[in-house]
Design a protein around this ligand. Sequence first.
Ligand code: PMP
Length: 414
Amino acid sequence: MIKEAQIRESYEVEQVRREFPILRREVKGKPLIYFDNAATTQKPQQVIDALTGYYTGYNANIHRGIHTLAEEATAAFENTRDAVQRFIGADSREEIIFTRGTTEGINLVAYTWGRQNIKAGDEIIISAMEHHSNIVPWQVLCEEKGAKLKVIPVNEKGELLFEEYIKLLGPRTKMVSVVHASNALGTINPVRQIIDAAHKAGAVTLIDGAQSTAHLDINVRDLDCDFFALSAHKLYGPTGTGVLYGKKELLEAMPVFQGGGEMIKEVSFEKTTYNQLPYKYEAGTPNIADTIAFKAALDFIYRIGKEQIRRHEEDLLGYATAQLRAIRGLKIIGEAAEKTSVISFVVDNAHPQDLGILLDNQGIAVRTGHHCTQPLMDFFCIPGTTRASFAAYNTRAEIDELAAGLQKAIKLLS
Ligand code: PMP
């Protein structure tokens, strides 16, 4: 396996940092410390080069052209499909549908599979820690069809209550759609077991992989999920491109999503026949440049080593957790046993937004607010949190700066 072979003995974080030009910039006169990786990661030079390489070298529309540029662009675009297939362990390239990102992937399933399969009285299960992208499409569908949305509760640590989930499953359950790793808390959910139980109840499953793909090894075959949605921009790739994985038999049986170019075989005013997978779901000119550059992001991850990145992030998470726990009045929200490198916290008498502004004044980028998980914030009875999330290029020294910056901010706000 390439992955194992490329794991290096020691992790050279300074070497990794040099690959990200943005990390050389300053914010408010201080070196940038970027801790908003759960919102989007920064991009290595390799990805930026792939983008400019396409626009300067072989910009053309794909699939239908017979000239050289069109052939080169098509080959590069389709190479990314093969790379994603390997990256997530899908059986075939036909199961890899390019989308704008996780949100579009989930909407695609809700609009196509959902409209075909959900009827009045059916039930869709999600969890209390879903991103709005994995709530609203199902709500819209439930409203339209007279179906019911059921929610797996969480405990105070931010872990799903598995026994409660099992109780929610029943003959009316048609879809279980849950997040693999929570963007707001970092919780990693036991999706393998969730999927198994859903299948035993006869339900179809969708995994929101927006936050897990950068941190965990994903193998959709082992998970046995029916759908898996991800965004390239969360894993060192460009914005505006992502993937919906779906099992071939499901994708084949589903009705089309958007109509237009590329997704057709033949069009007449009487009847249109549709293209084969995966093109059936890729209407119109796709985001060619960003999708091509997405492969460069996957190449970057392979080269650094996914296992190496994961271990580095685990070290940062442990270090940051200890540092932040030592700050008086600070409470970490989300202390699940299994977490990705996300720390959400609240501080007594300090609004998250004020903390965010004071940290930005020190060059430290964190995210504040509800993180598109308002129902989860309601559960914790808070309006939002301050969130620091770590990636391959972050360091312990930066976490020291965060802890010192927080102490300074807290003093100013008290
Ligand atoms: N789900 C989760 C868990 C996320 O963190 C995000 C992005 N914050 C999304 C879905 C939506 O991803 P995108 O905006 O890339 O479509």
